[in-house]
Ligand binder design. Structure first.
Ligand code: ATP
Ligand code: MG
Length: 744
């Protein structure tokens, strides 16, 4: 018996030791935030000051002081990944105690769990399905058709995003002001919203927005007072991370739940609010004091993550924003290294430079796991992926598929595959009805059946069947046109540069148009990716060579075992930290993004600047910032100027390096004296002569002398829409797209 006791006691002792140590090392402000368990608390502080750590420690403290059982704490994190990390950390602090069954997760996951318990109160049963965005659109489209709304003019995808935004704002159909949207969907949008909700209920389903919206509806309803009271009894303590990015619905939900005990602790940083475009309201954090009476506001100033150079640089950028509270950050880690700033010729040179710097870090003993490349926009990962593969550097794209695995890229590649290899059945099947041509599943089945019976390929089967009466005349016409298109593209490949051809195929097939008409938030990113694909193709001599490269890249995908460099967007990097952080593409228009500035003016610019602040403050030891002077966008070389954020960096915190490796400190830019700007003249320097100025908006006329990347100089013989027949001095007569040439 005695032995048994001993065995039981040992882990308990270890646990106690952990309990006593988790508060060690916290500073005064942190300790105050951790120990003020009752009443509302807001920790409003800059990056790396330990806000997340406060939240985690507070959770451990609640348990340790027996203030609450795990099931009595509601803890909200911004991502599922953050939730699992928090679970792990607490479990560690608690000496390995299991953390199952806790109410710890994202707003969506927590609200879904709640709603399953009370689904009947909003007319659902507890096994309701959660619709994905595709289903949402399909459902709304049916309703629009039934109401006689023209779905060509009013894209259902665009309409659903209005409904999503209403839900983010916590608005149910009866609360919609019809005047707000009277010009949309023939004024029927509010009514469609109502029908959409009715329809969802009828099929026992919810969309993502409903998870919170239904819960708010239930908790607000005096008839269900008992439910609210039950949660007030249950959740004695509420904890919320990244509070600056909550939207109105999330805020309402929290406020209802917190009304009971008033024990709510939120942490956040107004300077890191970066989801305004998705409905986040930075105002929520600024008015916490008014919303929760008697709130204690804790400000933290010591940063434990970064060096002072990094903090100074971040501060100097963010202080250009006018709408902020303002705060001081300092660190005990010394000044540390300067931020390395480098301007490069183009995106490829930038990726090469980043690759070299990473190899240097590696040689110096740094782990790849402590290195991240943070981009503004998804398409930017391609250039780095290519480079890392070449160098054999393991990497992972976090928060999204690798470039060549993205849906739109796979679709575009499928077109290219069918052009190169007529009998690539899988590729043809993938795009036969993308964009929609009315070729349904049944037709594809018929085609396959025929192919199998005759032992021929799918495209041969298509050609066979279009010569018989097997299919309806209209369908035969559609299929024949598609086959003709492919034949035409194949023959064009003989005279045309393959990247130009690809651009034309995406236009002619309607594939690009499909995404242009798509109003989902992802669509612009997909278009950028497609353009980037075209740009990347120019690095290869032929289409088959390019396709082979892609096949090899895709095959390489599982090699990132062990250590790897993290590639992700700035948005995805919120809350994370790395020793070394690369911030490429700091160019006007790319970052800050032109789109944000066009759509939201100063507000948009300030949100971009907060993203820059988030980016810099992810770095523990050193940040690397780079920009290219020209980028190839859809085959055009576009000149770029460094981001205004580069100018906002204080000179004493940066070292400017030139491509040749010469280091200068301060702000002088290496190329100012290097004659670099002259290279935009096509023939100026032989190694750069493939670069020409953008031809955007150029008017061409017959007889104009022009320059083409691949074919050199030539004279325009004829103009056919956007296609130019050109007599090239060296390569003879060719037909090319106007966007690929510039006036010489
Ligand atoms: P962000 O605004 O980026 O989300 P944060 O304020 O949430 O940052 P944390 O991630 O909690 O900051 O902490 C930053 C780093 O500092 C972490 O590595 C954390 O472990 C460390 N840290 C926080 N507080 C202390 C402390 N008192 N002593 C030592 N290290 C600390
Ligand atoms: Mg944090």
């Amino acid at each position: 018996m005695h032995d048994v006791y001993e065995i039981h006691e040992e882990p308990a002792t270890a646990q106690e030791q952990n309990f006593s140590s988790y508060l060690d090392g916290l500073n005064e402000g942190q300790l105050e935030a951790v120990e003020t368990l009752d009443g509302p608390v807001l920790v409003l502080a800059g990056a790396g000051t330990g806000k997340t750590r406060v939240l985690t420690t507070r959770l451990a403290h609640l348990l340790n002081t027996a203030k609450a059982y795990p099931s009595q704490i509601l803890a909200v994190t911004f991502t599922n990944k953050a939730a699992s990390e928090m679970k792990e950390r607490i479990s560690h602090m608690m000496g390995g105690a299991p953390v199952e069954g806790w109410w710890l997760g994202t707003f969506h996951s927590l609200a879904a769990r709640m709603l399953r318990r009370h689904a009947d109160l909003v007319g659902l049963s507890s096994n309701f399905t959660i619709l994905d965005p595709d289903d949402q659109v399909r459902l709304l489209k049916q309703l629009m058709e039934a109401s006689g709304v023209d779905t060509k003019k009013w894209a259902p995808k665009a309409m659903i995003s209005f409904i999503d935004r209403w839900k983010d704002r916590g608005l149910i159909p009866s609360q919609i002001d019809p005047h707000e949207v009277s010009e949309l969907a023939e004024g029927k949008l509010p009514d469609l919203y109502k029908r959409y909700q009715e329809r969802l209920r009828a099929v026992n389903a919810c969309d993502f927005g409903d998870l919170l919206l239904h819960m708010i509806t239930i908790l607000k309803n005096p008839a269900h007072q008992n439910v609210l009271e039950e949660y007030h009894r249950r959740f004695r303590y509420i904890l919320v991370d990244e509070y600056q990015d909550t939207n109105v619905a999330q805020y309402l939900w929290l406020r209802l739940l917190a009304q009971g005990t008033g024990n709510i602790c939120c942490v956040g940083d107004d300077d890191q609010s970066i989801y305004g475009w998705r409905g986040a309201e930075v105002g929520n954090i600024l008015k916490f004091g008014e919303d929760f009476e008697g709130a204690k506001i804790v400000r933290l100033e010591q940063n434990y993550r970064s060096t002072n150079n990094i903090l100074k640089a971040a501060d100097s950028v963010i202080k250009n924003n006018t709408t902020r509270l303002g705060k001081t950050l300092w660190s005990e880690q010394g000044d540390g290294e300067q931020i390395r700033v480098c301007g490069l010729w183009d995106g490829e040179a930038e990726a090469r430079w980043v690759g070299e710097e990473i190899e240097d870090l590696q040689r110096g003993g740094a782990s790849l796991n402590q290195i991240a490349v943070l981009v503004r926009t998804g398409f930017q990962t391609r250039e780095f992926e290519e480079r890392f593969l070449k160098l054999g550097l393991s990497y992972k794209v976090i928060g999204g598929p690798r470039f060549y695995e993205r849906l739109e890229i796979r679709d575009a590649l499928a077109y290219m595959r069918v052009i190169v290899q007529k009998n690539d059945d899988l590729a043809l099947e993938r795009i036969i009805n993308t964009p929609k041509r009315g070729i349904g599943n049944t037709t594809v089945q018929t085609l396959y059946a025929h192919a199998r019976a005759k032992n021929i390929s799918l495209s041969e089967a298509v050609i066979d069947l279009t010569q018989t009466e097997e299919l309806r005349a209209k369908m035969r016409g559609t299929l024949m046109k598609l086959m003709d298109d492919f034949e035409r593209w194949r023959s064009m490949l003989e005279t045309m540069n393959h990247a130009e051809l690809a651009a034309q195929v995406l236009e002619d097939s309607g594939y690009m148009q499909m995404w242009k008409e798509d109003k989902t938030p992802e669509a612009p990113g997909r278009i950028e990716n497609l353009k980037e694909l075209i740009s990347g193709m120019q690095d290869y001599d032929s289409l088959p060579e390019f396709l082979e490269h892609v096949a090899l890249v895709l095959e390489n995908q599982d090699s990132s075992e062990g250590e790897f460099v993290t590639l992700m967007t700035l948005h995805g990097a919120k809350g994370l930290e790395f020793d070394y952080v690369f911030l490429p593409g700091w160019e006007e228009g790319l970052f800050p993004s032109q789109k944000s500035m066009d759509e939201n003016g100063t507000k948009g610019l300030e949100e971009e600047r907060r993203l820059a602040y988030v980016g810099i403050t992810r770095a523990r030891k050193k940040a690397f910032i780079s920009y290219a002077s020209s980028r190839r966008i859809y085959g055009n070389w576009v000149n770029a100027i460094p981001s205004r954020f580069v100018d906002e960096l204080p000179p004493e915190t940066i070292e400017t390096v030139s491509q040749s490796g010469m280091v200068q400190t301060g702000r002088s830019r290496h190329w100012d004296s290097s004659g670099f700007q002259a290279k935009s003249k096509p023939a100026a320097a032989s190694s750069w002569d493939k670069k020409v100025q953008s031809s955007d908006g150029t008017v061409f006329a017959r007889g104009d002398r022009v320059f083409h990347n691949k074919f050199g100089y030539g004279k325009i013989l004829n103009i056919d829409g956007h296609k130019l027949d050109i007599a090239f001095e060296k390569s003879g007569k060719k037909r090319v797209m106007d966007s690929f040439v510039e006036k010489a």
